[in-house]
Design a binder for this molecule. Structure first.
Ligand code: TXA
Ligand code: MG
Length: 350
């Protein structure tokens, strides 16, 4: 299959491109499209058959459920049994936006979407291209991140093409995504809101709104416990470049010194070594590839560039990458969650 690439102007959306893409979805095909978090690999979310193609294209395990993207509240009622008061409060505050909520599903939601669960994840994105596509296709769109399974999620159309060329009918190129990390997933089926995957809607924001919110213990366990994550996808190795990633924790000047000595050791073995630095430290490293994720205090910028930088280390064929770490407050919890998974929870403390 030849993959069509259609460049779109977010400020002046070409309705012909949207119609073409919606037609593909309605015929059961796959379209990758931008959202405010990462690019999604979309299919008709009510078609068992169409959703199966997503798993094939990504090489995704079939027990890892998909989330449905909706364009209005009427569509939500089509697919979920009930909207609890807790959910309503969170939706009113943060939808449309980078937030997925877990609901009890209606029978019309196919098993290939939910991986056999009786719940379904739903997101109302704010990105206008995504919203136009949902409106035009008149479908809830099932869309995981548009990467091959295990790779960092795509924040640019070129990332999608690299992973899925020939496996998707069309890629809508809407430029770089805003947040760069996948949506926060919150389970609102119980008495309290439980974060199953951290993201740009932070625990602090939920606590501000609700007075209380929890984080799934498996997210905080850092791979050391047997806690099974409630978002099935969080149990898989993820976000990893081909290079081995190792995090180095400690006071900044000691971290810089340690990383430089590890770089020298590995270079002596003939390895190509990368360092994931910050704007403040990047000039202090001597390695084959030094890339900054942004200014240390700017977690929005770091979130937006993290996956792109991880992919760049692959592009430069790094064998091993040392990375600084960040505070786990605000969006930092999401950044460290993705970094820990990219590193397979491999870290050195200095
Ligand atoms: O930002 C995002 O959420 C992006 C864009 C494209 O919207 N999508 C995305 O989808 O990240 P995906 O499939 O890569 O991640 C969805 C996560 C998976 O870890 C999956 O296990 C979890 O959501 N999930 C889906 N349905 C669930 C359910 N019913 N209960 C718990 N977790 C669920
Ligand atoms: Mg994903």
């Amino acid at each position: 299959m030849e993959t069509l690439i259609r460049k779109i102007d977010n400020l002046n959306i070409d309705s012909e491109i949207i119609k073409e893409a919606a037609g593909i979805l309605q015929r059961g095909g796959l379209v990758a499209f931008p959202t405010e978090t990462v690019y999604g690999l979309g299919a008709n979310g009510l078609s068992e058959e169409a959703c199966k193609k997503i798993y094939e294209a990504k090489g995704r395990p079939s027990d890892n459920p998909l989330i449905l993207h909706i364009g209005d509240f009427a569509q939500l009622e089509q697919i979920v049994e009930e909207v609890p008061a807790l959910a309503k409060k969170v939706m009113d505050a943060f939808w449309p936006g980078p937030l997925t909520l877990i609901f009890k599903k209606k029978p019309c939601v196919p098993n290939s979407v939910t991986g056999g669960l009786d719940t379904v994840g739903v997101r109302f994105p704010s990105n206008m291209v995504a919203r136009e596509l949902i409106r035009e296709s008149k479908l809830p769109i099932a869309a995981p991140s548009a990467n091959s399974s295990g790779k960092p999620s795509p924040t640019k159309a070129s990332h999608v093409k690299f992973d899925l060329d020939g496996k998707v009918e069309m890629i809508i190129d809407g430029g770089s995504t805003d947040f760069g990390l996948e949506s926060t997933i919150v389970d609102v089926t119980g008495d309290v809101a439980v974060i199953l995957r951290p993201g740009a809607i932070t625990k602090e924001m939920l606590v501000d709104l609700l007075g209380y919110a929890e984080v799934d213990p498996a997210i905080l366990a850092r791979g050391t416990s047997n806690a099974v994550p409630k978002a099935p996808g969080m149990k898989y190795t993820h976000y990893s470049p081909k290079a081995q990633v190792i995090l180095v924790k400690g006071e900044t000047s000691v971290v810089v010194e340690k990383i430089n000595s590890l770089v020298a050791e590995n270079q002596a073995k003939g390895l190509k070594v990368g360092v994931m630095a910050t704007d403040e430290t990047k000039d202090r490293y001597k390695a084959d590839i030094v890339l900054s994720v942004g200014a240390r205090n700017d977690e929005i910028a770091i979130g937006a560039s993290l996956f792109k930088i991880l992919r760049k280390f692959d592009f430069f064929a790094a064998d091993i990458v040392y990375s600084e770490v960040f505070a786990e407050t605000g969006e930092g919890l999401a950044i460290m969650n993705r970094l820990n998974k990219a590193a397979g929870y491999n870290y050195i403390e200095v």
